[in-house]
Design a protein around this ligand. Sequence first.
Ligand code: ADP
Ligand code: MG
Ligand code: MG
Length: 223
Amino acid sequence: MDSVLARDWIWAFATAAHAEKRRLTTLDSAIGDGDHGVNLCRGLSRVRELLLRDEEAPGAAGELFTETGALLRSHVGGASGVLYGSAFQAIGGALPMSEVDVDRFADALDAGLAATVKLGAAVPGDKTMVDAFTPAVTAFRDFRSAQPADVGTVSQVPARARDLADAAQAAAVAARDGALATIPMQARKGRASYLGPRSIGHLDPGAASTELLFRSLALAAKG
Ligand code: ADP
Ligand code: MG
Ligand code: MG
């Protein structure tokens, strides 16, 4: 993970959120207050402005994640703003160097998830973004540890870069499966929990946006 990939990831996430703004908002209309897509795009528009402003002199990856987190916290509004905001701030805080290897980045993703869990107190099964975030981070790390050390000899692409792209792809698939698994769940956190059993049968909007987050990472890492 370096500053170029960090920018590409965040830009891809902002683009995906804008493309799926209506869908995210529609999902939130079914079991929440119908603003998730609008909320996220409000914050991510600010983040895009930051990326465009910094284009000439990009800062380190960690710095960019921290600044992104702060913008999401102050501009998204709604529960997802502080949750995603804290996640990005924690990811940024866990990346002190300008370029880190995949294992170090896995630690940073872990820190992001931990911040979200600490703040929102949701566990897997509560029908929240944590249901997509948790399996994504696990898949990212497991994919790494399952790789033999000499895997980088067959391709032209540097092993490090390909590792990250493959781990990110595994994370994206796990996030998608995790998001889909929220459909039969009854919500125990956030606005959807007010609906009790009526929350069953709907995809959680935050889990859907977390799928976009990891799909964007996979897209950016593929280059
Ligand atoms: P709000 O509910 O304030 O309108 P959003 O609509 O932007 O905020 O985001 C709703 C999403 O936030 C939910 O779909 C869920 O995934 C997530 N969420 C809500 N509360 C929590 C929580 N305590 N822990 C984790 N995620 C949560
Ligand atoms: Mg909402
Ligand atoms: Mg709201």
